[in-house]
Design a protein around this ligand. Sequence first.
Ligand code: NAD
Length: 486
Amino acid sequence: MALQLSNTIKNYINGELIEPVGKKWLDNYNPATGEVYGQLPDSDEHDVNMAVSAAEEAFPAWSALSKLQRSDYLKKIADLILANLDELAMAESIDNGKPYWLAKKVDIPRAAENFSFFSTAILQWKDEANHMDGNYVNYTLHQPLGAVACISPWNLPLYLFTWKIAPALVTGNCVVAKPSEITPMTAFLLSQICIQAGLPKGVLNIVHGLGTKAGDALISHSNIQAISFTGGTKTGAYIAAKAAPIFKKLSLELGGKNPNIIFEDCDYDKMLSTTLRSSFENQGQICLCGSRILVQRSIYEKFKTDFVAAVKALKVGDPLQDDSKMGAIVSKQHYEKIVSCIQLAEDEGGVILCGGSPLQLDGRCAEGWFIAPTVIENLGPHCRTNQEEIFGPVVTLQAFDTEEEALALANASSYGLAATIWTTNMAKANRMAAGVESGIIWLNCWLVRDLRTPFGGMKNSGVGREGGVHALEFFTETKNICIPLH
Ligand code: NAD
């Protein structure tokens, strides 16, 4: 059955698509045109309370199903996502401003993979047994928590939303999920897919609305047992302050200011083409993009010349055209923030090597929010431009001489999410990897993801790890049972 591509988004509560109790709505924008193209619920605590109650009611039956039964539901959802690949990719592109080809190649297939991966991961997950000198044996149980919250941002809307929901569901929890109010459309389409998949009512509930209203009501709800949150560091700190005193389990995946460290002995061509992607894919709006490019001084000038030439050749255009390498910035507010960050960089003494300004496109995108990919040099590690997350198509270049200096520059940040290191000397690569303060390190590659690996940040980039067994553990309570053998 085809998805209903309605521009009026509804909440998905207790198995039904319903309007918000307060009948209040928010505008939904198309960033490529700057136009309002639909509405989404401006939900409040009444909607959240209904969703939490539905999740709690569904929990006993859902958690009593066998792992295989829950796995089958997830597989069905994965298949339906792939069956609707074109519609979902188009919806994601319109809602977010990202190129349609990118949504079709990366975002939507990955959303399906999140469900299919966890549908099999749960079947392979083993409990522990510890034998004590022949006298006692201990074994562990991993039990679901109950009603849990999953809150996600706008940059990879369906991809990150499902990355949380899939492990939460497969471990036997019931979920109240809130997508970003800036990109709600594919979460709405996921509701329809869950209905088509026959997911029992109340197992997944999706409440749309503002973070400060619907989101706040969700994290404050006393019957929510755990919060899996991906978003900004400031929001994460707020959620931690509210949730920690009432002892909710917390997983916080937050912001970054990732270093991309380039040594003179790297595979230069591979490094250059990958650095172009790691700087500007999805308009630089990926938490894993490298925004501080650190280059060994001996190749600095060559890199600068080649990189700037390649960046100038990147086509920023209508997200629906196949040759647009970059699309629109997600919202007017974020666009204005990025423009002000570029102004700040100039005020701090930065030299703009290319880009540095908004772009005015022709035709249907004339009122859209586009920014030219921007490269800046002449800034030290401690200025605001090199300290604060911009989360847009803006990178800086800094030169270093020695490995020690590279490490010091890489770690001169309050964030610690991801880092990329380019060198063909593997001993140096591994030394650097051990020293860089980041949860995720790519050596001579970028954004290669094995869903079994731990994913998360150090320092201000978050607390906890997602992925593989780490996610399964987060969404369960581990219980140890000790038995005498005699
Ligand atoms: P955000 O923190 O503004 O919002 C994220 C989500 O939290 C949204 O759904 C929002 O509605 C909700 N929210 C906001 N205030 C809330 C509150 N008081 N209570 C409950 N929920 C609330 O972040 P954003 O602007 O949507 O996303 C961009 C940020 O996300 C960047 O900092 C980026 O680095 C980060 N991010 C991190 C990762 C990662 O894996 N570490 C991945 C993607 C994005």
